[in-house]
Design a protein around this ligand. Structure first.
Ligand SMILES: Nc1nc2c(c(=O)[nH]1)N[C@H]1C(S)=C(S)[C@@H](COP(=O)(O)O)O[C@H]1N2
Ligand SMILES: [Mo]
Length: 331
């Protein structure tokens, strides 16, 4: 695996950066005791640790080779959204993922998620909206417009990338679903499948499925996307196939992957990370260089493509389009 060579030295614990995963590990330790935790999903002994899971995941004897190539997806790039610099090579961004349903080891997510069944896939639209029900993702993609958007992406762990997503502008989705006047927030829930997602097995220290949310005005912001593709093809499982949220001015954990339920609600919903780590960022979780994480600074970030360390931009560079939503500074 070439990842260690690609990744710059900031990845090793010499820096103050530590991963979001550390919290999950700590929680697992607390709940299960050291003896059990030693055999939990804690990397690096993942393969040894997940004996049973491995059997379930790899029962397809043809293995990875049986997965068809990712279907091409055509969508016109929206020229309004330009990003300085090159795209992060797909070989890097598709091998460095946070998707705790599978593992907290970023370099192994793609492998463990490889045979996740992402089609057919239905999304339930529920709550305070005029159009509710169960919809196939393919039907949503036909009913609603698709655009390609070049966006910066910033994880709370201080790594960053630039990729071309293809997605349904969330505003178009909202207009279509038509939330009722009393809806204030929209909630996104990821899939639940402990048989195939080793990180969801009992003892992971988290409450699955993953759940996130946005204020309705944030969801209606022109930047918000329901992404279904990347680099000109449908999303691969590790990026949250077949449909995931993208909000580029916020930390990456706001962008729930592999969404199965979108619910319009009347109050601010609880969210996975805020519940797991209440001392970290609040519900908004906007990118703010001068608001440090309890354990590291957010003043700079590392581009996972180039290894370059550079200043973090307020709202990840999208202030002109989003700052007006936050009259009181905070995130
Ligand atoms: N369901 C789910 N969604 C998730 C996560 C996760 O663990 N599970 N991780 C989040 C975090 S912390 C980040 S940084 C991004 C990573 O997206 P990427 O792997 O496509 O770059 O997904 C977010 N969405
Ligand atoms: Mo993240």
């Amino acid at each position: 695996m070439t990842l260690l060579r690609i990744l710059p030295s900031w990845h090793v614990p010499e820096s103050r950066i530590t991963t979001e995963a550390a919290f999950l590990h700590r929680r697992a330790f607390l709940r299960r005791g050291a003896a059990l935790a030693a055999s939990s999903i804690v990397a690096p002994s993942l393969l040894a640790a997940c004996g049973e899971t491995e059997a379930a995941l790899f029962q397809d004897p043809a293995g990875a080779a049986s997965r068809p190539a990712l279907r091409a997806l055509e969508a016109k790039r929206n020229a309004k959204y330009v990003v300085e610099g090159a795209f992060t090579p797909e070989s890097v961004s598709s091998r460095y993922n946070n998707f705790y349903e599978f593992t907290t080891d970023k370099g192994l997510v793609w492998k463990l998620a490889e045979r996740m069944k992402t089609s057919p896939w239905s999304v339930e639209i529920a709550g305070e909206a005029k159009r509710t029900g169960v919809f196939d993702v393919e039907d949503l993609m036909k009913a609603l417009p698709l655009e390609e958007r070049a966006y910066r992406f910033r994880c709370v762990e201080a790594w960053a990338m630039t990729v071309p997503w293809i997605g349904i502008p969330m505003k178009a989705f909202l207009d279509w679903a038509d939330p009722r006047g009393d809806a204030t927030h929209v909630r996104f829930v990821s899939f639940l499948d402990p048989k195939n997602a080793p990180g969801q097995q009992p003892g992971s220290g988290s409450t699955w499925p993953y759940y996130e949310g946005l204020r309705l005005d944030e969801a209606a912001n022109e930047l918000a996307l329901l992404a279904v593709g990347i680099y000109g093809h449908v999303l691969p499982p590790q990026h949250g196939a077949p449909i995931r949220v993208i909000t580029p001015w916020k930390y990456g954990f706001k962008s729930a992957k592999s969404v199965v339920r979108i619910e319009f609600v009347k109050a601010q919903p609880k969210t996975f990370w805020n519940d797991a780590a209440p001392r970290e960022y609040g519900f908004l979780a906007n990118v703010e260089p001068d608001v440090p994480h309890p354990r590291w600074s957010q003043a700079t970030e590392t581009d996972i493509g180039t290894g370059e360390r550079r200043p973090t931009l307020p709202y990840n560079g999208y202030g002109a389009l989003v700052a007006g939503m936050y009259p009181k500074k905070g995130g």
